[in-house]
Design a protein around this ligand. Structure first.
Ligand SMILES: Cc1cc2nc3c(=O)[nH]c(=O)nc-3n(C[C@H](O)[C@H](O)[C@H](O)COP(=O)(O)OP(=O)(O)OC[C@H]3O[C@@H](n4cnc5c(N)ncnc54)[C@H](O)[C@@H]3O)c2cc1C
Ligand code: FES
Ligand code: FES
Length: 1344
């Protein structure tokens, strides 16, 4: 126990023990380190089910439940929280429940069971967090509605599933019958098919039952019994609160238990950082490297957590959580007359979109107010409603003072609060009669995103609608929340309904909120347009309320004054009768690891228990885009306690040069750096924190060199790799001359970050003998890892073993770009002869690991007057980044997919790889194919506009016919694409809906809908011939159990599940008999990377071939002993000395394309599909919602429909992200701007189609398909169909433009971000908001 006696005040006694419970077990820690997060702690004690995905509260992978007992109300509060932002020291007296605490594989919690069995887990890395969010909801509300369920995931991301199966599993807990809210069709009632809900419709004979997806076996779940949940530990209820003080390596922590103690501490330590929810401080310390040596935690101070309904408004304690704030506001709205609650409603409408649930459960108004971020969601409302803040201090000169919000903030993140002061409470006054308050927010994504611009607008009118008072506050328009003071003053005395009032107001506010083209934050024109858009909405909202609009105007206003509200989503999967006649292959078996993944038992690389003597590595990264390295000085870093060593280029024992195809990269940059993020060295230390801190201390002196970032700059400076690809068919120039129409254009497509939830991770274990090295890596490419590590260490490959259990997602990003980390760590481990581990943090992963290639297509197309394509002249450029990596193959695939599904008799496609000073871009699901098809579909849309035809007419006229050859001379066989297209067109009611959309758009000025029908064709095979091979090794043991090994890696796509299905069926044993341990280079040598969507095809055949060999060997025994069990058969064979191990091999036949002659088969076959999507856009903000998608794929005879549907939905949603909200941006100095979930937005749960209908083509014959069990590769092909959303948006924008009288076609850059959507609409508001670039001005960020 320690103590302080501060300024004659009470003597505070501090305990130095932290007491809490984890999963029911009591934990007492003596003087824990205040810098440790709850996530670091739980993982360090082996509870590795809780995952690290971002460390910034943006992905939800680390979600745990934090329960606390409120002795005043005698209630237990359950809150889902982001363990990555919760300081361990803040959990005193609380109960932490992690994924391990709620169930296990043998006894899963109903949430875990249902997510696993309803196919809601693919790679499984996000799954524990998602399980815990749903679990938290049920703990607080065992009877949630469908809306509650959709909302509870607003702080979670999943990169694999496309969310639909998770939502379906979660909705089985909803109290609203599914049918009622989803409107699906009814069917029979069967008691035994209950979903597990007490009020399940299947338990009642009278209620029609919700039909499950066609073709799947109906799951029967165990009931959810809230009474069976883990109880709050009674010892914690009685736990006495003490003031706490801990001293860590760098930080001192105080937890006072009274407000007076807090003020004393603040008086004694004026520079101490107050910590409440830690959602801001946690970011500052982890990412901005700010160090606060003394911290005072106020999260447990009851004095700061109360609220009071006063006569004139609401008083809240400064440190209530935002979740509490939300319920208090709701209560206030119930208590008081509506006019008084305008301001509360303004808060409520913004809180919904403030971060995610986990953040709202801990973050506080005080944290938001004191931080004073210019894009704070609350500060505009506080400002414009004359709210007041009470500051308290023991400093007599300050004492207790009330500061109006209007004079609180003084500059960028600055305010009047003095060092010794604390924010005690916040007063929010009622609004008056005829006073209107509204809040607005526009972000890149609606859920869990910070604002681009937000606003709070207030006006008070007299009985004659004359403005008595007004305040207009905006965030995101300057370094601080600003008010349009001059507009506020000059509007007084004017009538709200005056003619020209709205345009006057917009112009007046715009005049004050000017931005330059290069303004920090970028998007100057868009931000100005948003301000005007909000004002436009506000004026109409008020006008409607005061009755100055006519009926038609009211109807119009109703359609745009609010945001686009989303319905509860629903999904339907129509997959025929896949289980009929199926034994094991073809059955919709859940992912073989699903139960392990939902319970947190599945082990990923960083979950491997710490090995004796293990060290941690941290990379030293280039901070310059292009520079000579003048010197490297690690002396300061090496002085730090716990630092073991520093390695750089000179320490590489073998060759420092490597590369997946061309050897043009260095393990550690030796003389020059070529991009920001290039590894220069490696620090090895005892712990992660020490290694990372020391890495920042390594001093590099650079001499900067000129650099190139974008494709346009590369073209201008002829900065290309020496790769020139061409595919030529026919005579393009001649055909152009004969064409009735010739059009030209450019299509620009941005990159995409993989954002696998598990970042790149490696653990290198040097073996004690013979220089052997064991590698555990999160890689799609174990074999290449083995070979390159051997070459870098100067040893032979037979000394290196690579093992991969599973990946937390890969999507191509771990095909080659897992290597820079592994190679660097291998050098360290080699020298130190000690294991070294490293898991890149999310920012490093963005910087180092490469993305999907940005592309530019420059095109010229010739057509007949009917719209038939005659000739295409296409130049494709990709931004390869600084090294070649796989960029040539990506370029080739873009070129071979640039026909999409259309026959063009004369084609000249050329490709160039731009060399830039950015990260080396790499494989990403689709591998260039989507970019090539995107260019084609842009051509179709633009040509249709220019010829005054519909895009569908152009498509239908030009579809390939059976047997026609592609431009790379491959005949199309089993060509069912036109059939799928017409099926989707019909089943989606395309023509009828198109008419309805036309009608809708004609009567809605600021809301537009759009529809698009997009086909895709994707070629299956690696384009490098030698990679089309696979091996397998199958052992049968004497007890009849089977161990399968193959060269493919499990990254969520269900590969191992399919392989086990194939093996079990081939050996005629139950699925439970077969097992797969891991992928290892010792069982299967020289395996190709798991990529190109062919892994099931090629590994499946290899497994099948091995199993056939074994079956042949066992055949005589089976014939001789027809009644014997498999175990007995195997035993008899063993006793006869039969070899019960076999390897299998497969190489894809027939293929082999020659780029020089344009001959030979490029692909073994094609997977095709079509999607029809309808969207709605808010023209005033650029926001969009996907109303409905109908998608059909031809996937052959599926090995496992459930897994394939999962691949389709996941790929589609990833494709939607690629061409809508996912935007990679760079600062002009080459640093990456979008380095994590805070500013790089993946689609979330509420970004998927509200109505999502998936089907697969059935009842067709395949006369040429020679794949395993006639299945088709499905991992990549559906991704491009996400672009149906892009083209539906384009259609909606087209309607908006037409309503403005704009007839010209337009080119929409992908991704169609809210900014691009808004600015493409080109109405008078956009035009007035447009900021022109002045000479010498640079954009704040650029797309490369
Ligand atoms: C993933 C994520 C999403 C977010 N989304 C949004 C969003 O949508 N909109 C938005 O506006 N913001 C958002 N934020 C930022 C948000 O402002 C803060 O997260 C939150 O309000 C801070 O509250 P806190 O209790 O966690 O503050 P802390 O991090 O604990 O503290 C923040 C600051 O407030 C000070 N402080 C706290 N309490 C007091 C007190 N009583 N007296 C004096 N000083 C005090 C601290 O010293 C510190 O300087 C987000 C943050 C994250 C991590
Ligand atoms: S790891 Fe905590 S939210 Fe991503
Ligand atoms: S299953 Fe969700 S991220 Fe992989």
């Amino acid at each position: 126990m320690s103590s302080i006696n501060s300024n004659k005040h009470t003597f505070i006694k501090f305990e130095t023990k932290l007491v809490f419970c984890i999963n029911g077990a009591r934990v007492v820690l003596n003087n824990p380190d205040p810098d440790i997060t709850l996530l670091q702690y739980v993982r360090s004690i082996g509870l590795t089910g809780t995952k690290l995905g971002c460390a910034e509260g943006g992905c939800g992978a680390c979600t745990v439940l934090l329960s606390s007992y409120d002795s005043l109300t005698q209630k237990i509060n359950h809150n889902s929280v982001n363990a990555c932002l919760v300081p361990l020291c803040s959990v005193e007296g609380k109960h932490v429940i992690t994924i391990e605490g709620i169930g296990n594989v043998n006894k899963p919690h109903p949430v875990q069971e249902r997510i696993a069995r309803m196919h809601g887990s693919q790679c499984g890395f996000c799954t524990p967090g998602i399980v815990m969010s749903l679990y938290a909801l049920l703990r607080n509300n065992p009877n949630p509605s469908l809306h509650d369920i959709e909302e509870c995931f607003d702080g979670n991301l999943c990169r694999c599933t496309g969310y639909r199966p998770i939502l379906d599993a979660a909705k089985s807990f909803a109290t609203t019958p599914l049918k009622q809210e989803t409107g699906k069709t009814a069917n029979g009632v069967k008691k035994e098919n209950s979903c597990g809900r007490p009020d399940c419709c299947r338990l009642s004979k009278d209620v029609p039952c919700e039909e499950l997806p066609d073709g799947f076996t109906k799951p029967v779940f165990k009931n959810y019994e809230p009474s069976q949940e883990l109880i709050f530990p009674p010892s914690l209820m009685k736990h006495e609160k003490h003031a706490l003080s801990f001293n860590g390596r760098k930080t001192k922590w105080f937890r006072p238990i009274t407000f007076m103690q807090f003020l004393q501490l603040k008086n004694q330590y004026p520079d101490a950082k107050i910590v409440s929810g830690n959602t801001e401080v946690g970011i500052e310390t982890a990412f901005k490297n700010l160090q606060y040596n003394v911290r005072i935690h106020v999260g447990d101070l009851e004095e700061l957590k109360g609220h009071k309904f006063n006569d004139d408004g609401l008083l809240i304690g400064a440190n209530i959580s935002l979740t509490q704030f939300q319920s208090i506001l709701k209560e206030a709205c119930q208590r008081y007359e509506p006019y008084k609650c305008q301001v509360f409603q303004a808060f409520l409408s913004i809180i919904r979109w403030f971060a995610g649930t986990q953040i709202r459960n801990v973050a506080t108004p005080a944290g938001n107010i004191i931080t004073g971020s210019p894009i704070s969601d609350f500060n505009p409302i506080f400002l414009c409603t004359n709210s007041k803040f009470t500051l308290t201090s023991l400093d007599k000169s300050l004492n207790r003072r009330v500061v109006p919000a209007t004079s609180f903030w003084t500059g960028y993140r600055q305010n009047v609060c003095k060092n010794t002061e604390a924010l005690e409470s916040v007063f929010i006054p009622f609004s008056g009669k005829r006073e209107f308050v509204r809040s607005y927010k526009q972000a890149k994504r609606r859920d869990d995103d910070i604002a681009i611009v937000n606003a709070a607008l207030r006006v008070a009118l007299d009985e004659k609608n004359v403005v008595k008072d007004a305040s207009f506050a905006f965030g995101g328009m300057s370094g601080v929340t600003v008010r349009a003071l001059s507009a506020e003053q000059s509007i007084r005395g004017k009538s709200w309904g005056d003619k020209g009032m709205l345009s006057w107001l917009i112009a007046k506010i715009d005049e004050q909120l000017q931005l330059s083209f290069s303004a920090p934050g970028g998007m100057a024109s868009y931000r100005k347009a948003l301000v005007s858009g909000f004002v436009y909405k506000f004026w109409h909202d008020v006008a409607k309320n005061i009755g100055i609009l006519n009926e038609a105007e009211i109807a119009d206003a109703d359609s745009f004054i609010n945001i686009i509200e989303r319905d509860v989503s629903r999904g339907v999967q129509t997959i025929g009768n896949p289980e009929e006649d199926k034994k094991i292959v073809g059955k919709a078996i859940p992912h073989i690891s699903a139960l392990k993944q939902v319970t947190g038992e599945a082990i990923y690389t960083d979950d491997t228990p710490k090995i004796h003597n293990e060290l941690y590595g941290a990379l030293v990264l280039s901070q310059k885009a292009h520079a000579k390295i003048l010197s490297i000085n690690a002396s300061e870093a090496l002085k730090q306690h716990g630092v073991k060593s520093f390695f750089s280029a000179k320490d590489v024992p073998g060759t420092n040069i490597w590369g997946p195809v061309v050897h043009d990269e260095e393990v550690f940059a030796s003389k020059e750096v070529h991009f920001v993020g290039q590894p220069i060295g490696l620090i090895v230390a005892n712990t992660q924190a020490i290694a990372q801190e020391a890495a920042r201390l390594v001093k590099i002196e650079y001499q900067e060199l000129p650099y190139v970032l974008t494709i346009e700059e590369a073209i201008e400076q002829s900065s290309f790799f020496p790769v020139d690809r061409r595919i030529v068919r026919g005579d393009v120039d001649k055909a152009m001359k004969q064409a009735d129409f010739v059009f030209e254009g450019r299509s620009r497509i941005g990159g995409q970050e993989h954002f696998y939830l598990e970042t790149q991770t490696s653990l290198i274990i040097p073996k004690p003998e013979d220089n052997e090295i064991e590698i555990h890596a999160s890689t799609q490419n174990p074999s290449e890892t083995q070979h390159l590590v051997a070459s870098v260490l100067g040893i032979s490959a037979n000394k290196v073993i690579t093992k991969v259990k599973r990946l937390g997602g890969g999507f191509g990003g771990k095909e080659t770009r897992s290597l820079p980390l592994t190679l660097a760590l291998a050098v360290g481990a080699w020298h130190l002869r000690r294991p070294i581990r490293c898991m890149l943090n999310r920012g490093e992963d963005f910087m180092i690991s490469g993305q999907r290639h940005p592309f530019l297509g420059i095109w010229k197309i010739g057509l007949t007057k009917e719209g038939k394509f005659l000739a295409l002249d296409l130049q494709l450029f990709n931004n390869a980044g600084w090294s070649a990596d796989l960029s040539a193959a990506v370029l080739e695939r873009a070129m071979t997919h640039s026909d999409n599904c259309y026959y063009i008799p004369n084609v000249r496609t050329t490709g160039k790889m731009c060399r830039s000073n950015t990260v080396s871009n790499t494989a990403f699901r689709g591998f260039g194919g989507p970019q090539g098809m995107m260019v084609t579909e842009n051509i179709v849309s633009e040509v249709a506009d220019r010829m005054g035809m519909s895009a569908e007419t152009i498509r239908e006229l030009n579809f390939y016919k059976e047997g026609q050859k592609t431009h790379f001379n491959q005949p199309l066989t089993d060509w069912h694409l036109p059939e799928i297209y017409h099926q989707v067109k019909e089943s989606s009611d395309y023509n009828k809906r198109k008419q309805q959309i036309n009608d809708y758009n004609a009567s809605h000025r600021w809301r537009k809908r759009g529809l698009a029908l997009i086909p895709t064709k994707f070629g299956l095979s690696y384009t490098a011939l030698h990679l089309n091979q696979a091996g397998a090794l199958v052992h049968i043991y004497q007890d009849g159990s089977v161990l399968v090994s193959h060269g493919g890696v499990e990254m969520g796509q269900g590969l191992h599940t399919k392989m086990l299905q194939i093996a079990a069926e081939a050996l005629e044993v139950p699925l439970d008999n077969v097992h797969l341990m891991e992928t290892s280079t010792t069982t299967v040598a020289n395996a190709s990377a798991t990529a190109a969507s062919v892994s099931s095809d090629i590994n499946g055949y290899a497994v099948l071939n091995a199993c056939k060999t074994l079956s042949e060997r066992l055949k005589p025994y089976r014939e001789k002993h027809p009644k014997a069990s498999f175990k007995e058969i195997c035993n008899k064979a063993y006793m006869d000395r039969i070899n019960l191990s076999a390897n299998g091999f497969y190489k894809t036949p027939d293929i082999g394309y020659n780029w020089d002659t344009n001959e030979g088969l490029m692909f073994f076959y094609f997977t095709t599909g079509v999607a029809a999507t309808e969207v709605e856009i808010d023209v005033l903000t650029g926001e969009h919602q996907i109303l409905r998608t109908d998608l059909c794929m031809d996937i052959g005879r599926s090995l496992n429909y459930a897994i394939d549907v999962g691949q389709i939905e996941g790929a589609f949603v990833q494709g939607v992200g690629w061409c809508t909200i996912e935007e990679m941006l760079y600062f002009p100095n080459g640093h990456v701007f979008t380095k994590g979930p805070s500013n790089y937005k993946l689609p979330g749960f509420r970004d998927i189609p509200q109505d999502f209908r998936i089907s697969t083509l059935k009842d067709v014959k395949y006369s040429h398909l020679k794949t395993i069990h006639s299945s088709k590769g499905i991992g990549e092909p559906p991704l491009f169909l996400g672009s149906s959303v892009f083209f539906a948006i384009r259609d909606a924008i087209g309607h908006a433009r037409k309503s403005q009288g704009i007839k010209e076609s337009f080119s929409l850059i992908s991704p169609a971000t809210p900014e691009r959507i808004r600015m493409a609409c080109q109405d008078e508001i956009c035009r007035a908001a447009t900021v022109t670039k002045k000479d010498g001005e640079k954009a704040w960020v650029v797309m490369i």
